[in-house]
Ligand binder design. Structure first.
Ligand code: PLP
Length: 392
């Protein structure tokens, strides 16, 4: 089966008593056993009978199984949010004294997780330019457990050569952990790119229009002991498993992912092209042929470029004025909602990071981030245009 067929017609792990077409929401905390032996078998992993929904739930397992199937991975584990997935994966991978090699260009909370939270547990984060393989080669040493990257960085939109980084990391005995939130996991061949552990915020494309929070760790089975530690140690001892309701919503989201993505990207192209024609506006979207990341995006993501773009305006005041003039586009965070969303990252998502650090991360105060939705693109373009120029 190809991707859409497999996403829409998955088999349940067990036959449903009523023949339900959609996976029922098993909104229960615990499960009853017929006898003590079945109970022992479940708790000791001899059987896969669920025991407690902190670590196993039929609705969540169904969602995980579809992702496992579509990615061809060894396992997929679903968490309550993208940040829960990232922190669980890093906790499973790292110990005190280990090093992460990564970039200053990444989502604000991931940056703070590495440089603040994990630093308190003795993990060192080395920040390099991931678009320069020589810098990566220089930074990776015997203490480096992983190179961590976002396939399109948020909000800088930078795209590194994942395969080149993976070759360097693997040669040094380190693994590659990639946040692929910006392009649905179904479109890139993570294994061919050398990704060992893929993480995504399923709040974004997968949830089906901002229906629910979630995050997924996709384990390709190439890091010794990682998958077992993630499920049997970190998930059990720290919690953070996806809720059955979110898994239900996101299973529906997977069914329409390809159809929705096509519209997101078609709209992103129309809007990026339309905004590029406005004087004084610099549009950063890798689908534009003159974008510095166009060629590598084309190669790495099979000609897909995502539905997030940024606009650089002459000043921060211009950004604030533009945001305040919006009539249709919503002033909100999040990505890949059905609605188009606008945010000024420097003063919000990165607002609690000091100005010098923010500058080193290239989060410019002159940038507005737009997540393109599923509306009619003419309406969105007209709204953005009047907001930028102040003229209808
Ligand atoms: N990774 C990236 C690239 C993101 O943009 C986000 C959220 O915006 C996250 C991770 C965190 O995901 P969540 O908000 O689901 O915790």
């Amino acid at each position: 089966m190809k991707t859409n067929t497999a996403a829409i017609n998955p088999r349940f792990p067990r036959n449903d008593a009523y023949g339900a077409l959609a996976m029922p929401v098993y909104h229960c905390c615990a499960y009853e056993f017929p006898d003590h032996q079945a109970m022992i078998d479940s708790f000791t992993g001899v059987s896969d009978d669920p025991d407690y929904s902190r670590v196993t739930n039929p609705t969540v397992i169904h969602f995980e199984n579809i992702i496992k199937r579509l990615s061809g991975a060894a396992d997929a584990v679903a968490f309550t949010s993208g940040m829960a997935a990232i922190s669980a994966a890093m906790m499973a991978l790292l110990k005190a004294g280990d090093k992460i090699v990564t970039s200053r260009h990444m989502f604000g909370n991931t940056y703070l997780l590495f440089t603040s939270t994990l630093a308190r547990f003795g993990v060192e984060t080395v920040l390099v330019d991931l678009t320069n393989p020589e810098e990566v080669r220089h930074a990776v040493d015997s203490r480096t457990r992983c190179v961590y990257l976002e396939t399109i960085t948020n909000p800088q939109m930078e795209i590194a050569d994942v395969r080149a980084i993976a070759d360097i990391a693997h040669a040094a005995g380190a693994c590659v952990v990639a946040d692929t939130t910006m392009i649905p996991f179904t479109y890139a061949d993570a294994r061919a790119l050398g990704i060992d552990v893929e993480i995504l915020s399923s709040t974004k494309y997968l949830s089906g229009g901002a229906t629910s929070l979630g995050g997924v760790v996709i384990d390709y089975g190439t890091v010794d002991g990682f998958g077992r530690t993630l499920r049997k140690d970190i998930l059990m001892n720290l919690g953070g498993y996806m809720t059955p309701h979110a898994a239900y919503m996101q299973t529906l989201g997977l069914e329409t992912l390809d159809a929705r993505y096509a519209v997101h990207e078609r709209n992103a192209r129309a809007i990026a092209e339309g905004l590029s024609a406005i004087e004084g506006v610099k549009v950063n979207w890798p689908g534009l042929p003159d974008n510095p990341w166009h060629e590598i995006a084309t190669r790495q993501f099979g000609g897909r470029y995502g539905a997030m773009l940024t606009l650089e305006l002459p000043s921060e005041e211009d950004c604030f004025r533009m945001i305040d003039r919006l009539r249709i586009v919503r002033r909100a965070t999040n990505l890949f909602d059905n609605r188009t969303l606008a945010i000024h990252p420097a003063s919000t998502i990165f607002g609690t990071i000091d100005a010098a650090t923010r500058e080193s991360m290239d989060v410019s105060p002159r940038i507005v981030r737009i997540s393109i939705g599923l509306e009619d693109p003419e309406d969105i373009l007209a709204d953005l245009r009047q907001a930028i120029t102040g003229r209808d």
